[in-house]
Design a protein around this ligand. Structure first.
Ligand SMILES: Nc1ncnc2c1ncn2[C@@H]1O[C@H](COP(=O)(O)OP(=O)(O)O)[C@@H](O)[C@H]1O
Ligand SMILES: [Mg+2]
Length: 260
């Protein structure tokens, strides 16, 4: 029997904010591996929503369904109040340009310089900028946001892990997304570098008033950055609430996340 804790959603106020992303009753299986079994989530305008789940619990699968890299078996996904299953390709592309996705790892193109890595998404989404884009200005501005203008001509192999993550973030930011999806933004980084990335994410959120969905199993990251959290357990949104609320729950499956 599944226990569903839903605390903050009942709190006054949050229900009235604009919902920018919504997943209802999402199912995804790979053969006998039932990964998502009716997962739900809502992301509100300006919110930092953290999704925590054990390794292999389906966090990346969920985010891939969300951005259309994977097809769900069942369920609905809406972006800015548009059900994505009903949209044609052109409408989807326009919506997608508003969503930035920071992949797990950094996923930079190893054979391209930093400048070329940043140019790449611009070329794919020229429509968003009406064709009238000053590429170099946008690239420099994006690098300034992550404090790495000097790295513009370097190759990924010349960058540290933390720098790669920053460049990947700059590449996401260059399209001025309204929503940013972060898949394990601090994984594989040492604690100090991880903290720097978290601070950077907060700065960006303030500067551009983005709404963020942050997937992590880093408790420190969740505590610092989350307005609200969802625990993905057994393929469902098992518990929903603030960090404080969830960390106070007695449910052993929930406790397991917070004792470290
Ligand atoms: N393309 C795929 N084909 C088959 N199984 C997959 C595929 N992608 C993910 N899975 C499985 O789905 C489960 C969840 O994976 P994932 O979402 O990557 O976990 P995590 O929560 O660590 O991000 C795992 O059991 C994984 O093996
Ligand atoms: Mg993952």
């Amino acid at each position: 029997m599944m226990v569903q804790h839903n605390i903050s959603a009942k709190k006054e106020g949050i229900e009235t904010q604009t919902i920018v992303l919504e997943i209802k009753d999402l199912y995804k299986s790979f053969g006998d591996n039932h990964v998502l079994n009716g997962f739900n989530m809502k992301l509100h305008q300006g919110e930092n929503l953290v999704i925590m789940g054990k390794s292999g619990s389906g966090k990346s699968v969920m985010i891939k369904c969300l951005v259309g890299l994977m097809e769900a078996d069942r369920g609905s996904i809406s972006v800015m109040q548009n059900d994505i299953t009903t949209l044609n390709q052109e409408a989807l592309d326009i919506l997608r340009a508003d969503i930035g996705f920071l992949f797990q790892g950094s996923a930079l193109y190893d054979s391209m310089t930093v400048r070329e890595n940043l140019e790449f998404p611009l070329r794919r989404h020229t429509k968003k900028f009406d064709g009238a884009i000053d590429t170099e200005t946008l690239i420099v501005e994006a690098l300034e946001n992550v404090g790495l203008v000097d790295a513009i001509d370097l190759m990924p192999s010349e960058l540290s892990g933390g720098m790669k993550r920053r460049i990947a973030l700059a590449r996401t930011l260059i399209l001025r997304p309204k929503i940013i999806l972060y898949d394990e933004p601090t994984s594989g980084l040492d604690p100090i570098t991880a903290k720097e990335i978290i601070i950077l994410m907060q700065d960006i959120q303030k500067k551009y008033n983005t709404s963020s969905l942050i997937i992590t199993h880093d408790v420190d990251c969740a505590r610092v950055i989350s307005d609200r959290m969802i625990l993905l357990i057994d393929g469902v949104d098992y518990a929903v609430g603030t960090f404080k609320e969830l960390s106070a729950l007695k449910d052993p499956k929930v406790r397991a996340f917070f004792k470290q």
